[in-house]
Design a protein around this ligand. Structure first.
Ligand code: NAD
Ligand code: UDP
Length: 320
């Protein structure tokens, strides 16, 4: 017996953010179809959801046309490599999922007359020259730099989403997510939080890129998911920034992780990646006004929860 009031399709639902989104949608009483190729996601992220009769996992690449039976009310399109380590290793696949994958997800929303949410990114602002970043800023992207495979794929996804809205009448909205962190980030996916926590737990040096003065604004995953669902439930078209407006330098992030883990790992300065954005902080006044949303989780609390989860995962792996 399905208990659902509506049906949502989550592409990339076995990934870090997607799995939290699926979990929350199920808790809110929706039927959920999770479509994921597991290229960077993990079956473990959704193992606890699989017994729920309202949850269906389909292992599939969204670059191939896909369908689900019955009515669909909402398509949340998250499928895409997201960590720089992943998209630099899979440049063509990243461009393909941003173009063909997004086309297929939009086609599904059009066929089903569903609302469509595009999970875009702060990377559409590139290495921004305006601070904080407002949705009206057009960005500073190097179209032939290594990060362009992700940045331009997401910019194309935004343009495609807009074209489907304006020319095909699909009810779309664009969310621009800023750096999100929390439990279920892959330990070795290269992003700053799991990397520092992993290194601190092992007593290894924390690899700070450049002099660590570049900034990021970290949003806890439950807050991001709340923002995405409020945006999906609104009638807005976006784009709307979803992120934390509290900015930290990368060196500060390393120091907080050391403090929370009680680690005496040294800091090791490594080369700054090409085109690494120097400052990133969202202006979230649009999300506050339109959705009554702002992040609630203090960074120390969110990092403590992430550390506890990663430590437990390590202990479990060691005992197995
Ligand atoms: P993730 O790598 O954990 O999740 C991405 C998921 O997409 C994975 O499960 C992966 O297997 C799946 N996927 C990738 N290509 C696919 C394909 N062709 N077909 C089917 N599935 C595919 O990353 P995440 O951090 O959870 O990011 C989720 C989404 O949010 C991405 O679109 C990302 O660009 C966006 N985003 C995330 C952040 C962040 O800080 N986490 C920031 C900005 C934007
Ligand atoms: N970073 C770092 N050490 C690492 C991994 C990342 O100093 O081991 C830096 C990275 O250079 C960037 C910031 O942390 O300045 C955030 O990187 P991440 O890969 O998490 O995401 P980005 O915001 O660059 O997409």
């Amino acid at each position: 017996m399905r208990r659902s009031t509506s049906t949502a399709v989550v592409t990339g639902g076995a990934g870090f953010v997607g799995s939290w989104l699926c979990q929350r949608l199920l808790a809110d009483g929706h039927e959920v179809w999770c479509i994921d190729s597991l290229v960077t996601g993990r079956r473990d992220n959704i193992a606890h959801l699989l017994p729920d009769p309202c949850f269906t996992f389909v292992e599939a690449d969204v670059c191939e046309p896909f369908d689900v039976p019955g009515d669909v009310d909402l398509v949340l399109h998250l499928a895409s490599p997201a960590s720089p380590v992943h998209y630099l290793r899979m440049p063509i696949e990243t461009l393909q999922v941003g173009s063909t994958g997004t086309t297929n997800a939009l086609d599904l929303a059009e066929r089903k007359q569903a609302r469509f949410l595009m999970a875009s990114t702060s990377e559409v602002y590139g290495d921004p020259l305006e601070h904080p970043q407002r949705e009206t800023y057009w960005g500073n992207v190097n179209p032939v730099g290594p990060r362009s495979v992700y940045d331009e794929a997401k910019r194309f996804s935004e343009a495609l989403t807009t074209a489907y809205r304006d020319h095909r009448g699909v009810d779309t909205v664009i969310a621009r997510l800023f750096n999100t962190y929390g439990p279920r980030m892959a330990h070795q996916d290269g992003r700053v939080v799991p990397t520092f926590v992993h290194q601190a737990l092992l007593g290894e040096p924390l690899t700070v890129a450049g002099d660590g003065s570049q900034t990021r604004s970290l949003c806890f995953v439950e807050d991001t998911v709340e923002g995405l669902l409020r945006l999906a439930a609104s009638g807005e078209r976006g784009p709307v920034n979803i992120g934390n407006d509290r900015e930290l330098t990368v060196l500060e992030i390393a120091e907080v992780v050391k403090e929370i883990t009680g680690s005496d790992s040294p800091i090791e300065f490594i080369d700054l990646p090409t085109d690494d954005p120097k400052v990133r902080r969202p202006d979230i006044s649009r999300a506050e006004e339109l959705l009554g949303w702002r992040p609630r989780t203090p960074v120390r609390d969110g990092l403590s929860r992430t550390v506890a989860w990663m430590a437990a995962e390590r202990a479990e792996a060691a005992s197995a």
